[in-house]
Ligand binder design. Structure first.
Ligand code: PHE
Length: 344
């Protein structure tokens, strides 16, 4: 049989083989068998040198043509098999299965409580103000009636940057800044970070406060009491009891600390017969400091003598701990998502 006939015979044979090849692996085996270096086509071509030279070009042309047709047949079959493989994969894919929900973040409890408290005071007519965390001595201390030798300025408490520049130790300097910028009547709350040289189980070098300041004519302690009672009941519930204890701050006179009935034991001092760890069985927990703005502070900002006002300052983490029953202050700063996710 002449070589050209043999070559042409490869095509229908391959077609038969391709029809039976049911996987890409079988297809590859077939390709090696027909077109590989020692395959059927190569074997036929190996006999080319035995031909008389004048017959060789025609056989070479026939071989190329057969090779091209074979390649085309392989490609076509390959497409069919690949499409089948994809369809099989899709058949195993259940589009009705619920997807994996993307992980959703949540606001930090400090942010949540800050927003909640500011909203309460906004409803009472207060504006929200702010001031710098790096503060000068004058606003943090001096204008708040804390003369240079006052113990609150001691290096133990204050993080100094220079002799006169420091990290604010409370939000009260924003009282001064607000009064220097605005004439009475003034009603502001000031959320923000404050810094103290303090670090143990119940103190962190940075924590959050919210300052309140209201200045007008004829503002009395009764207004302070009413405002803070409304605030406490909005945060902790309408049954919460409030008590004012005499205290001292250089920038308020008189001054008080406010206690609320313990929200963990309901003021009973015990939970299921066990002593309450939050209020240490007293039934009361301290929540903020406050008082009537000292006339010396009004003088420092050039306010007229006929105004009066009240101020208060509270620790945001402390309110959050009491409200949510969080026992460890460090939780607020570790950013453990297992903790933070509970406030979503
Ligand atoms: N600034 C005080 C503190 O940090 C709190 C306070 C503010 C007290 C306003 C009275 C009035 O302890």
């Amino acid at each position: 049989m002449d070589l050209i006939t043999t070559l042409e015979g490869l095509v229908p044979e391959l077609e038969k083989g391709l029809d039976q090849a049911s996987s890409l692996e079988e297809l590859e085996n077939l390709r090696v068998d027909f077109l590989g270096r020692k395959g059927r086509l190569a074997q036929v071509m190996g006999r080319l040198p035995q031909l008389p030279p004048q017959e060789r070009p025609a056989v070479g042309q026939a071989a190329n043509s057969v090779k091209e047709r074979c390649n085309a047949l392989f490609e076509a079959r390959k497409h069919v098999l690949e499409a089948g493989r994809e369809a099989a994969a899709l058949a195993r894919f259940d589009a009705s299965l619920p997807g994996r929900a993307p992980w959703q973040g949540s606001l930090h409890p400090t942010t949540l409580i800050t927003e909640e408290i500011c909203d309460i005071f906004k409803r009472l007519g207060f504006d929200v103000a702010s001031g710098p965390e790096v503060e000068i001595d004058h606003y943090n201390f001096e204008a708040l009636n804390m003369p240079p030798e006052h113990p609150a300025r001691d290096m133990q408490d204050t993080l100094y940057i220079t002799d006169t520049v420091l990290m604010r130790t409370h939000t009260s300097p924003v009282q001064v800044r607000t009064m220097l910028a605005r004439r009475p009547p003034v009603a502001v709350v000031v959320p923000g970070k404050v810094y103290r040289r303090d670090s143990d189980l119940t103190h962190t070098p940075m924590f959050h406060q919210i300052e309140g300041l209201l200045v007008d004519q004829d503002v009395s302690m009764a207004h302070l009491r009413g405002t803070l009672t409304a605030f406490v009941r909005a945060v902790f519930g309408g049954d919460t009891q409030v008590r004012f204890r005499p205290s001292f701050f250089p920038f308020t006179e008189p001054s008080a600390e406010v206690d609320i009935s313990c929200c963990i034991c309901g003021g009973k001092g015990h939970v299921n017969g066990e002593p309450c760890r939050v209020c240490k069985t007293t039934g009361w927990v301290e929540i903020l400091g406050c008082g009537m703005v000292d006339p010396a502070v009004f003088a420092a900002v050039g306010y007229p003598e006929d105004v009066s006002g009240f101020a208060f300052g509270l620790g945001v983490e402390r309110v959050a701990m009491l409200k949510y029953g969080i026992g460890d202050l460090r939780m607020f700063f570790e950013n453990d998502v297992r903790f933070l996710g509970q406030f979503a």
